[in-house]
Ligand binder design. Sequence first.
Ligand SMILES: Cc1cc2nc3c(=O)[nH]c(=O)nc-3n(C[C@H](O)[C@H](O)[C@H](O)COP(=O)(O)OP(=O)(O)OC[C@H]3O[C@@H](n4cnc5c(N)ncnc54)[C@H](O)[C@@H]3O)c2cc1C
Length: 314
Amino acid sequence: MGSGVSSLFADLDVEVETDAPIGQQTWYGIGGRADLLVHPRSVGDLATLVRRCVRSDTPLRVLGAGANLLVADEGVDGVVLRLDAPPFTEVLYNARGAVETMRAGAGADLARVVMDATRRGLEGLSQMAGIPASVGGAVHMNAGGAYGAIGDSVHSVACLTRAGEVVVYPREELRFGYRETNLPDPVILWAAFSLEETDPLRLRERVKEIFAYKKSTQPLAEHSAGCAFRNPLDPVSERRLSAGKLIDEAGLKGLAVGGATVSTRHGNFVTVRPGTRADDVLRLLDLVRERVFAHCGIELEPEIAIWRRGERTP
Ligand SMILES: Cc1cc2nc3c(=O)[nH]c(=O)nc-3n(C[C@H](O)[C@H](O)[C@H](O)COP(=O)(O)OP(=O)(O)OC[C@H]3O[C@@H](n4cnc5c(N)ncnc54)[C@H](O)[C@@H]3O)c2cc1C
């Protein structure tokens, strides 16, 4: 490791893995490695690291659960953060009369958070049943679906700015749009949610029903990163069109490049066999965009985050 790079964190309480196989840690289970995978152990040291990366123009990326991510075969440079130490994964409940606020670290596993809230009979996150994510990753892109999105119950979000300062955004300052938010900062630290007490048994039934719906419509057991493309805006009605339907209508279900295939179950899912090259997925995504454009004149935009070496990070 070059002394220039190690000076970013040599005096900090962080665990550093070099040449880390992060592609294998995504839901796709394919793709390249990270030059540096850094696990910070405190918010203070993470803040210092973020500040130093920004000042030295070192690329900085945050890896959540890797459920919406494709890492290019050549891997990524700079620093990849993984928020898996206790200060970033804890979940706290705070009763305020009949309404509770729950605060979950960005690195917490969303499925566990949903299960725990359900067990306590607290409604607000049942719409997220069956969506694989870390809390930070889900907030970053306002993950959701037919039953609602995570932003529906967000009370506030804490982030680290590029200057390494902690900022807490109250609900009034947050905008949750279709698979996007207005959060301007590189790292989400935690999100607080407003939850309402309800009957735990009825809530459990609702979560089961939502999960069953997802299972019946999406290839959950296969390796994918969820929906490959964003639902595009209809230029006439300005309503969102289903990217999956456009792909289906263009006759692309089952189309394959190498080990990457357009799912026959859901046209907007690209699934892979173990050992597939990330490049096959990228080529298939290009092919689908071309063919959908040729079929209906609509340009699809990827929903999946694609990480490539040498690319500037947002
Ligand atoms: C089988 C399957 C089904 C899916 N179904 C759905 C669905 O129904 N609805 C839906 O919306 N999505 C769905 N997805 C996609 C995925 O679940 C969501 O996009 C989820 O929000 C990804 O979260 P993550 O933690 O895995 O993020 P990652 O994939 O790790 O990262 C995605 C992006 O978020 C950023 N990010 C992650 N954590 C942070 C943080 N702490 N601070 C700042 N940025 C961060 C990353 O840098 C990256 O740009 C599905 C995926 C799979 C594999």
